[in-house]
Ligand binder design. Structure first.
Ligand SMILES: [Zn+2]
Length: 682
């Protein structure tokens, strides 16, 4: 959260500015209702007045809309004469999205002045863009420089985030400050990179909506919303585009003349195509576009003429009374000399290579920034459905043929401990073997038989068998100490060190290894130093979740594949896929962050993370073929019947007798809760 004093001070400044300008604004409001709007369109203004600086454009110099012909109509919808109220740009990177927005801002300041607000994802981004984008916009256009200069003499008329100009005011704010977003009435609102806005600002809701609410006073309000899309289900620009008239840019085939919009078409007969070299990489000179209509071969140099002849075609014409126009544009339209088709082909190839290794991060970037489409995370309903569909008919608590060892991950909640048993095979192939929930207060000592710790100990010591009948070794158990009952976790880990019970602590710091170095905790809960301390292992939860979600996408058994049983309680599939990767801005930088949508539970995913950390701690990812062979032979060989009883452990048959029927709250957890619900003597 931003320091309150700074925010308060800024709000005071803005309020003071607003008071000073209120008379002018009253006139402006009057003019807004009475005076006819100016005739000049945004692109006419930009071609006369706009110079692109080095900071903004790869090609500095006077603005020419002919360089990006698709940018004409969206900009002109922002002209005062147009009836359009909202323009939504769902555009790929390197298509001149920001230049188009700044043209609209400049045209308004000069041609149709009034209160204008630009919102960027955070205050640091807003400040940086003010210096790198807004200052050059004003300084490089004599008309604007003159208008702003007229107010320069006044104290504080021009700060990084507030520019007063002849007839209006321009506020440049971050979407992470509710106070700034509602500081003043706004006629023209610009929401840039809206998919990177915080989901909620200062508990007041969606920042875009908060800013929009400031526009209600104005009859001729204008709004431009732009973004490269991010995650499906979370993407604001996609939601706005879907509600708009949904325009795509249709260009004529230079051979047959058929109008069509350009598509990447990885799964289609038309689209971007190329020949591959012996390593499977695209041969640059072979990259071409296949016409959808007649299969004509289109070369990239023909794109310039195609763009010039292009037209925007609405899929949903007249949506919202024609007042909301949406424009979708992927990277294939990027003008010659910016982003080439061969670069796109190469990026796709790199993403596909990464996918084969279970890493979907490059594909996500490709889909978002090149195709300007949302990326579907595994946490959505369809994928849950897929996982369920492919689940195998293997009983719970039974280890499959390709697996040889077990680990357990535990998550401590206020009223229970949740555990998941995972089995491991070569190449990190894995199987979720069991889910157990031990109800009770984790503050109770293990010596109390009703304590969940006592239940956990018994569960840990109960043998798990391979399909061969052999007992499968439990290599390590990890318990999260970062949530509830930290001291109880330390105490339990200390007491059971010999059985490889580890206290772990998750850290969602990017780039942290899944299992890091341990730190010693030598203090008890009163802060008094104790002799026999406990090691706490750091876990990089971000990396672990990415690893797990990448593996869950694999569709054929083999290295990395995740085996799930049909007999798991239904909500386990939802829990393990509960989180989504979304982009957030932290200290002005975009950060991919795992987010649990409201109302969803994720203990299954957390436990999977801890069990993965336990497996890496035990070194299963580093075992040689010989190590694996030894392990596999050990579990696949037939074993004598009595091993469990010999060790004085409870046999599965005996244990099941001790299980009490599931109580009323047990019903929603499913049968496994019952299995794990030991007699509590109530
Ligand atoms: Zn054609």
């Amino acid at each position: 959260m931003a320091a309150p004093s700074v925010t308060a001070q800024r709000q005071e400044e803005i309020t003071a500015e607003f008071d000073a300008a209120s008379l002018e604004l009253a006139h402006e409001l009057l003019r807004d209702f009475l005076a006819p709007p100016p005739d000049l369109t945004v692109t006419q203004w930009a071609e006369t007045n706009r110079r692109l600086g080095n900071m903004e454009a790869a090609e500095p110099g006077p603005y020419r809309v002919s360089r990006t012909p698709y940018a004409r109509e969206p900009q002109d919808c922002m002209s005062p004469r147009s009836i359009v109220e909202e323009v939504d740009l769902m555009w790929a990177a390197q298509t001149s999205k920001t230049t188009a927005m700044l043209n609209c801002v400049g045209a308004s300041m000069d041609n149709n002045p009034g209160p204008i607000m630009i919102v960027w994802p955070s205050n640091p981004v807003a400040k940086r863009n003010s210096r790198q984008r807004i200052t050059p916009l004003i300084n490089e256009s004599p008309a604007l420089a003159k208008r702003v200069a007229a107010n320069r003499s006044r104290d504080k008329a021009n700060t990084t985030q507030l520019k007063e100009f002849d007839g209006g005011i321009l506020a440049i704010v971050g979407a992470n400050s509710a106070a700034d977003l509602r500081a003043m009435p706004v006629r023209d609102l610009y929401l840039d990179e809206v998919d990177n806005f915080p989901l909620d600002v200062d508990g007041e809701g969606d920042p875009g909506m908060l800013a929009e609410a400031r526009q209600t006073t104005f009859a001729r309000k204008k709004r431009l919303v732009s973004s490269t899309p991010t995650t499906k289900g979370f993407s604001r620009i996609e939601a706005r585009f879907e509600a708009s008239d949904k325009c795509r840019y249709h260009v004529p085939c230079p051979h047959c003349g058929a109008y069509q919009h350009l598509e990447f078409g990885s799964d289609k007969a038309y689209g971007l195509k190329w020949d591959k070299d012996s390593a499977g990489a695209p041969i640059p000179s072979s990259v071409h576009y296949v016409c959808k209509d007649s299969g004509c071969i289109i070369r990239e140099h023909q794109k310039t003429a195609m763009l010039a002849a292009g037209v925007w075609v609405a899929e949903n014409p007249g949506a919202q009374g024609g007042r909301v126009r949406g424009f979708h544009l992927n990277g294939l339209y990027s003008p010659l000399g910016w982003l080439s088709w061969r670069t796109i082909a190469r990026a796709w190839h790199a993403a596909m290579v990464a996918v084969q290794h279970g890493d979907f991060s490059l594909l996500r970037v490709f889909v978002n920034t090149r195709l300007a489409e949302t990326f579907e995370e595994l946490g959505d309903r369809a994928s849950v459905h897929e996982l369920r569909k492919r689940a195998e008919d293997i009983p719970l608590r039974t280890v499959g043929w390709r697996m040889a060892v077990l680990t357990m991950g535990c998550d401590v909640q206020g009223d229970r401990i949740e555990a998941r048993l995972w089995a491991w095979g070569r190449g990190m192939e894995r199987q979720l073997v069991d889910r157990a929930i031990f109800w009770g207060d984790p503050a109770l000592p293990e010596s109390d038989p009703t304590s969940p710790w006592a239940q956990l100990t018994e569960y840990r010591r109960t043998p798990i068998h391979h399909l061969s009948g052999a007992e499968v070794p439990l290599l390590a158990v990890t318990i999260d100490s970062g949530g509830h009952h930290t001291q109880a976790v330390y105490g339990y880990a200390r007491a059971h060190q010999a059985e490889r019970v580890l206290a772990v602590k998750g850290a969602s710091v990017k780039g942290k290894p899944i299992i890091g170095k341990p730190s010693d905790v030598n203090f008890d809960w009163r802060g008094v130093k104790v002799k026999k301390g406990v090691k706490v292992w750091q876990i990089g939860t971000d990396n672990a979740k990415a690893e797990i979600y990448g593996r869950l996408r694999l569709e054929t058994p083999g290295p990395g594949y995740v085996h799930l049983s049909k007999h798991l309680p239904g909500d386990e599939f939802e829990q393990i896929t509960a989180e989504r990767l979304v982009t957030r801005y932290m200290k002005g930088r975009p950060v991919l962050e795992w987010v649990l949508p409201p109302g969803k539970r994720n203990e299954g995913l957390d436990c999977a993370v801890y069990a993965l950390a336990a497996a890496l701690w035990a070194g299963v990812d580093r075992w040689s073929d010989a190590d694996w062979q030894r392990r596999e032979e050990a579990v696949q060989a037939p074993i004598p019947q009595k091993s469990a009883e010999e060790k004085g452990q409870v046999s599965p048959e005996k244990r099941s007798v001790e299980i009490t029927p599931a109580g009323p709250e047990g019903g929603k957890i499913g049968s496994l809760a019952g299995l794990a619900r030991f007699k509590r003597g109530r």
